[in-house]
Design a protein around this ligand. Structure first.
Ligand SMILES: Cc1cc2nc3c(=O)[nH]c(=O)nc-3n(C[C@H](O)[C@H](O)[C@H](O)COP(=O)(O)O)c2cc1C
Length: 214
């Protein structure tokens, strides 16, 4: 698979089969991701892989938070403002999902709450003393990981809903206090029978965001 093919093949997967990921395959994906460039080779990513009983306890912890309407508290604050262009694209998301997935789109909220039933969620953290530049590096790391996963036949989704309750994650993953939880990436084999995975999100034409100056 070429990089270009991996970029086309990758899309967010919102329903996974329960099958665990082979450890050597997961290690290959994590090794590929570690090749990501970073400011002065600082490699700021600190990664916690949740599987099996640990992930089950995290899901139970989240279910209790949802049930008790606990205020979500992601450690990277949610955006306060969006540009008009971004708002327009966001508004298209759900209608496009309905177009591609029909009734299966209704599972969006429940699947998010269950971390998409993935057999594995990779949580990426960063030291609290680091700057926004390290978040840039973390984003690049996440994309490397997702592209390698695509090449290895694995589906992924980066989701803020996986990091809404960091206290649950801190307890189950023993995340030290100096780290901030950035994002979780659910990973596993896609459940192709669930039509929610039919969704293909749109992209604006290149002319909308690229300015050539010669
Ligand atoms: C930082 C970040 C957070 C996201 N959070 C969620 C989420 O909580 N739930 C969800 O269903 N999708 C989430 N997504 C997936 C985006 O909706 C998706 O990447 C976007 O619509 C483009 O679609 P694609 O990934 O299929 O190309 C997130 C993506 C990113 C990069």
């Amino acid at each position: 698979m070429t990089v270009s093919e991996a970029l086309s093949a990758r899309r967010s997967i919102r329903a996974f089969k329960p099958d665990p990921i082979e450890r050597d395959k997961l290690l290959k994906v994590l090794k590929d991701a570690s090749m990501t460039p970073s400011w002065a080779n600082s490699q700021p990513w600190e990664v916690f892989v949740a599987e099996g009983e640990t992930l089950k306890r995290i899901r139970e912890g989240y279910a209790a938070c949802y049930k008790n309407a606990v205020q979500a508290a992601p450690e990277i604050p949610r955006p306060v403002e969006w540009t008009e262009a971004a708002k327009k694209r966001q508004m298209a998301l759900y209608p496009d999902m309905l177009r591609d997935c029909g009734d299966a789109a209704n599972q969006f909220g429940a699947l998010n709450q269950r971390m998409f039933d993935a057999p594995c969620v990779i949580f990426i953290c960063v030291d609290k003393i680091l700057s926004t530049w390290s978040l840039y590096d973390i984003g690049a790391y996440a994309q490397s990981l997702m592209l390698s996963a695509a090449e290895n036949g694995l589906g992924t989704i980066p989701a803020v809903t996986t990091v809404l309750y960091p206290e649950v994650l801190r307890k189950e993953l023993h995340i030290p206090d100096n780290l901030k939880v950035v994002i979780g990436i659910a990973i596993g084999y896609a459940d192709e029978t669930n039509k929610i995975n039919n969704f293909r999100s749109a992209r604006s034409p290149v002319e909308e965001h690229v300015t050539f100056c010669s």
